[in-house]
Design a protein around this ligand. Sequence first.
Ligand code: SF4
Length: 334
Amino acid sequence: MKIGIPQSLLYAYYFPFWKTYFEELGHEVVVTPMTTKGIIDRGVKASVPEICVPIKIYLGHVITLLEEVDYIFVPRFVSIRKGQFFCPKFMGLPDMVRYTFKGIEEKLISPMIKTNSDNIGNTFSDYKFMEKMFGISSQKNIKALEKANEVWLRFREYSKKGYTITEAMKIVLDGYGESSFSTNSDSNSSVTIGLIGYVYNIYDSFISMDILNRLREMGVKVKTFEMLEEDSLEKELQRMNNKTMFWTFSDKLLAAGYSFYNNPEVDGLIHVTAFGCGPDSMLGKLLDMDTVEYNKPFMTVRVDEHTGENHLQTRIEAFIDMLKRRKMNMKRGA
Ligand code: SF4
């Protein structure tokens, strides 16, 4: 069977798990290409105008897969932390897809993900329905999940070593050596940026205009939330005395933001947010309000389906120049 996985939303966080799982079950995994203008246009056409840009893009990826595959994998993410939930768009994603594309029902594979940690392979019951769907034994299912879990945990370890998600995937899935990439730790850069943003924005080079690599090309060291240890994010959340945001990935970003504010190595924060995101309007404001208290510059980059590259490049360069001058002045004691 050909299983289609859209290269969008939580693809950047969970693809190593999903790919390994389906391949262990003997299926072929088909992934959409990276987001293109064509994919965005198709998604925009299929969506209601009010929805956030990442969901429009996701629908564009689903359309791209429709004719090519036997099944499309659209998980329903509900919770990966006790007492916390995903943004409603994730919880309702399979329904949104079902009611947008007539006749897609029989093609959908939609496990409900409800765990108490990021490790989504921990609750086998979420995948029990696959046994009937594909006529496989529980034993085979569990073995595939265990293997998927093992690969995903290795992938996470590389992220925590400072490799970007793209690099970590190449290492665990394509056999690249660690030395193929120069991680942040190798960098002698004079400026370090805490880059805040959902993986589906930061790692979608079309929508984020490849901000992470642009920064690296400018010689900037970049830290993102998934490069931090879960424990340290958890500690930041505890420190906030439950004044958190309720939505799992928004909270992760909030915790990462404060962790970067508290990290003397980090010189400034950039928040990448996509047009139409409700949780981000709060997340960005909360971090922005504390920029004075922590004495660290904070910049918001709002992207949509029309954002121009030149405009972004100019803003990033100006921000980095300002950070360099500020650092120099601080060293001089000015
Ligand atoms: S968190 Fe924001 S960007 Fe992500 S799905 Fe929800 S509304 Fe869209």
